[in-house]
Write a protein that binds this ligand. Sequence first.
Ligand SMILES: [Zn+2]
Length: 257
Amino acid sequence: MVKSTSRLRILDHDLRTLTQRSGNRCAICKRLLTADSSPPDREVILGDVSHIVAYEPDGPRGDSSLTSRERHKYDNLILLCNTHNRLVDSQPQTYTVEKLHSIKDAHESWVEETLGKRIPYERPQLSYKVDTIYSTLLPLQELPAYIYGVPCSLRVEAEVQAMMTPLRKVRSSMSDELEMAPFLLRGGYLYAFQDLNEPDNPFKPLVPGQSAERYRVGEWWGDPDYMRWYVDLLNRALNKDSVLSSGGKATVASCLC
Ligand SMILES: [Zn+2]
């Protein structure tokens, strides 16, 4: 199992749901996973959020068709104490995927019976408010529906720009437009609106042979950090548009909502 320090972060609502449904106890020994503070010492976390199918394909029970994102979901997570986390990782033949799911289900049923009420799995609720903006913001009629991410060893954006395929001109009925390719480098990944699995995407020279993951934008909106990244990426698209507008209109070449 790999802890939640993997490259992509486990979303808060998945962690919260797991902790609530598990009663903050190990799914095997039912030990409470926090020890009270003993001033001046702080409270101690005694457990791990662990993956049933490992985050890395070569980890315990890692041979699976689940995507990296699916491996970080509540359905693939189990709460264990430090001792049992080490045990299930050391004995993957004994603690199979099926067995761990069975242990998790039985434990959550036990928590439900103990508490008398099962804690619902709550999807994050996005809050909206109506506001009026007076600014030079560009109007947006459509948003990209997907973000693509691929592992990338480069850490400097100028290096990415130097290696990218030159942007293409895209013909439209009105004029020639330049395809735009905003991107972000975060946590060892390159994120972009372009389908990074397409053979002619502009980032192909950077990550040859790498398979990209696709995320629905709504999935990112549920997490504050990912939401910030999404806004950064969108702002880059708009800035690019304003830069290119002197020589022609730019367009985002990606799937739209
Ligand atoms: Zn335990």
